[in-house]
Write a protein that binds this ligand. Sequence first.
Ligand code: PMP
Length: 351
Amino acid sequence: MMFSERMKRLLSYTPGEQPQDRKYLKLNTNENPYPPSPLIKSVLDRFDIERLRLYPDPQCGRLREKLSLRYGLSKNQVFVANGSDEALSFCFYAFFGSEKGKLLFPQITYSFFPVYCSFYNIAYDAVPLNDDFTIDVGKYVEKIGCGVILPNPNAPTGIGLPLEKLAYLLDNYPKERVVVIDEAYVDFGAESAVGLIHKYPNLAVVRTFSKSMGLAGLRLGFVLASETLVSALFTVKDSFNSYPVDTLSQMIGETALSDEAYYRAITKEIISVRKDFSAALLDLGWSVLPSSSNFIFTRKSGLSGEEIYSNLKKQGILVRYFDLEPIKQFVRITIGKKEDMQRVLKTIKEF
Ligand code: PMP
């Protein structure tokens, strides 16, 4: 047998389609419809390829410095990774373990969480959502377990968790257990937990450059937390790959951070298109969950999520559905440009 027992037990993640066969309007993986900051182009034009002869900075010093200034933390409270998926994976490895009980996360959430549990052999308890798909933090306080991980806003529902509920969870949760908040979509309207880091040394906030910064192809994510938690993440990284973030990514990340005005403008536009698109769907008799992200979760009675997905795909529009109760009726639609969403509306009117 060529494989380890460990390998045979793995349950792997299915990423959203990235089709190469024809041109689709891609509204299935929550990418930003706008290009990243135009400053990046001039930095790349001036880049001396001689620098690629050397290994990148394993500490991502300059990028961490910039991130620390942006978020009002010290550099030692910032960890950078190859996409937030890698950052999350390191968090699972460093903070969660079955010897302390089961890991708690919502029953409907980012589907990579159970995959990391399988990879690291962490037992978990998928905590049901309320009937309106919101998260009840009281259930997490009751169960405790070995730690908590929540996306805010949650995915794929897009619903944000108010900061006071998160503070309630942290106030009532054991200080020696870690709470990880995955803020992949927070810039699109949810309340960030970054301001709570100074108060709760057991809180880790995971962020990405893939969504609001329009850099999904770059693979850059980071964690903001107490120095103790960040230093554990460095230990995990250095036990796995000392150079996960390449020279170009570090440089592009720094440049993107220096163009706040550009990002503020495109984020504002996405939020405004989301509001108009949600209102138009409601007018057409669709149900739409209240979204604080760059996607909406929606359903139309009489149609399954798969049917909506297939009908749209035939017309060259890709969205995502989940073959999973209780969200089988829903599709998740990424917010694109105004004209993209008008095309979606026109297409669904013809169903
Ligand atoms: N968290 C959530 C909730 C996501 O939806 C995604 C995107 N699939 C990620 C994290 C990972 O993003 P990335 O690895 O591109 O930073």
